[in-house]
Ligand binder design. Structure first.
Ligand code: 13P
Length: 335
């Protein structure tokens, strides 16, 4: 029964050309984004922003699931509706970030290891009881001189797999997120090689930890040239490099791949997702979807800027980006 429920939830997250909205910024990350726009960095401002998102009329037509943060799942809308319920009322599956962040990795200068396994079983049990149906854990891999190291890739892969096994035990679908960062001067080819090695390691570890792949969603980076690389390939080349890499490294049992946006502009993230689906969809074993945070939220947050008077316009901008990405899943996105 639990197996079937996990499979059903994973499939639903990528059904009907929809995708996942990441709105699980930790307090420091959310505050950083607010600070840039002059929005007060308070618990109430974070609550108001999340209320704006989950009460956006029509959001459920393009968004299948929303990743929340621990602070948010304990908060309510102005009308006193708990956020988890508000999300469900919008026809969206509620999920939650459960990692405790990427920290400096001992003995590995410039690299990070994600923490949060201690006590995770109990936290997951509480979240499942609150009605949350899936979880997220993000590992961070940096490309640079002599990095990433095998030690960093393996430790992060194992942590993702141990998290995945604990999630499935608690009947939560694990979103497995190994993010190869786009910062740096590296080429597209280097990103492809590193991403392939990371994915192969992650799936090997998922197998060893007995994680059921039919009940997992993969949330990876796209294969991109580094932000400071002089050669910036076009949308079609990025799409082909990304899909080619995933065809080699991601088992067909996985129901869906939901990309992170990673600091790409909203338009470019949609255009690249669109090209992947337009050029490859009929030949793929898994759905190619999205789980963007910045590429959906950023234009709306800039319009809102903490002002009640701008809520409706901000919601329209949010819905627009969500709809753009649904169109990109069909290969029908136009900027
Ligand atoms: P971005 O789409 O802004 O990269 O965020 C996705 C995410 O959830 C990172 O963990």
């Amino acid at each position: 029964m639990k197996t079937q429920a996990l499979i059903d939830t994973a499939r639903k997250l990528v059904a009907d050309d929809k995708g996942v909205l990441a709105m699980d910024e930790s307090n420091p990350t959310c505050n950083k984004r607010f600070a840039k726009l002059g929005i007060p960095q308070t618990k109430e401002a974070r609550r108001a922003w999340r209320e704006l998102i989950v009460t956006t009329p029509g959001l459920g037509r393009s968004i299948s699931g929303a990743i929340l943060y621990d602070e948010t799942v304990r908060q309510q809308t102005n009308e006193g509706i708990p956020f988890v319920k508000a999300v469900m009322d919008a026809g969206i599956i509620p999920g939650i970030k459960v990692d405790a962040g990427a920290k400096e990795m001992a003995g590995h200068p410039g690299e990070k290891i994600t923490e949060g396994l201690d006590g995770l079983r109990d936290r997951l049990a509480e979240y499942a009881q609150m009605g949350l149906r899936f979880a997220k854990w993000r590992a961070v891999i940096t490309i640079g001189k002599d990095i990433p190291s095998r030690g960093c890739i393996e430790a992060n892969g194992q942590a993702l797999a141990r998290y995945g096994a604990l999630c499935q035990e608690a009947a939560l679908v694990p979103i497995v997120e190994p993010e190869v960062l786009m910062d740096g001067t590296h080429t597209l080819e280097r990103c492809r090689k590193v991403t392939e090695e990371v994915l192969r390691t992650v799936f090997n570890q998922l197998y060893r930890q007995r994680v059921m792949l039919e009940g997992v969603i993969l949330k990876p980076n796209m294969v991109l040239p580094g932000l400071d690389c002089p050669q910036q390939e076009g949308v079609d080349e990025v799409a082909d490099a990304t899909v080619g890499c995933f065809l080699r490294a991601v088992p067909a049992a996985v129901p869906g791949i939901t990309f992170l946006s990673g600091g790409q502009s909203p338009e470019l993230a949609s255009a690249r997702l669109n090209a992947m689906n337009a050029r490859w969809q009929s030949q793929l074993p898994w759905a190619l979807a999205f789980s963007f945070a910045r590429a959906i939220q950023q234009p709306a947050m800039e319009i809102w800027s903490g002002q009640d008077a701008h809520v409706t316009a901000a919601q329209q901008a949010l819905l627009h980006r969500a709809d753009c990405n649904r169109a990109a899943r069909r290969g029908k996105y136009t900027a």
